[in-house]
Ligand binder design. Sequence first.
Ligand SMILES: C[S@@+](CC[C@H](N)C(=O)[O-])C[C@H]1O[C@@H](n2cnc3c(N)ncnc32)[C@H](O)[C@@H]1O
Length: 267
Amino acid sequence: MGDHPARTVSWPTLAGWQPRVGWQSGVVSRTPQGQRASLDKQPHEVAAMFDGVAARYDLTNTVLSFGQDRFWRRATRAALELRPGDRVLDVGAGTGVSTEELAHSGAYAVGADLSLGMLYAGKRTRPHVPLLAGDALRLPFADASFDAVTISFALRNVNDTDAALRELARVTRPGGRLVVCEFSTPVNPAFRTVYLSYLMRSLPAVARAVASNPDAYVYLAESIRAWPDQAALADRISSAGWRRVAWRNLTGGVVALHRAIRDESAI
Ligand SMILES: C[S@@+](CC[C@H](N)C(=O)[O-])C[C@H]1O[C@@H](n2cnc3c(N)ncnc32)[C@H](O)[C@@H]1O
């Protein structure tokens, strides 16, 4: 992963993307521990929790999202605008389900994750996907190693969001791309009410039927509620060495894609 000429990628169209505006902070509080992490997201708790869900992670995801997860992953790949031969890092790759989707572009996609259980599950089901152990806060790669970096449904689980965004910038070449795919805030107030009710009541109940560690899905619901909305996350990305930050809502804002370009002068 050595030197290579910087290429500037332009995202000429803003159609469907909103430029960054405003600031609003998320609320993070401590909750009791069980077979789940608390909202202060200690790395050993987070890793143990994902070890516990690994066996049925892919299936549970698809059930709980009504199959939308596949659409969200395809949209993430499209937003990265990968080309054959590009090097892309998928941080918090888990079982490699998100990494595998990226490889469909012809790019060389490698995944890194904190949970050995998730990585082992991925090695069993996707032996062709390169996966390795790595912490989003201390990635095992040299500066500017990648043309693009992405993190799907994992940034919310890292206990220092801003440090993780800076670390993602460190391993991205100047002018390289970032796409964050994460749960967010539905824009329609009526839909938001229905969604929050699903999140806090129905989702844990469904998880009890399908998941290998249902308590983890209580954490999922709580961590989504405590996560910054679209504009707030955009501001944090901008403060961490990224420029031209914009976001796009998927499924009415249940998920948002944030994209940005690595600032040449950052870090
Ligand atoms: C919800 S899963 C997402 C997996 C996959 N990216 C996907 O889209 O399905 C979140 C993953 O983030 C990982 N994770 C949490 N904190 C991390 C950290 N500090 N560094 C690396 N991975 C982390 C967890 O171990 C877990 O596998």
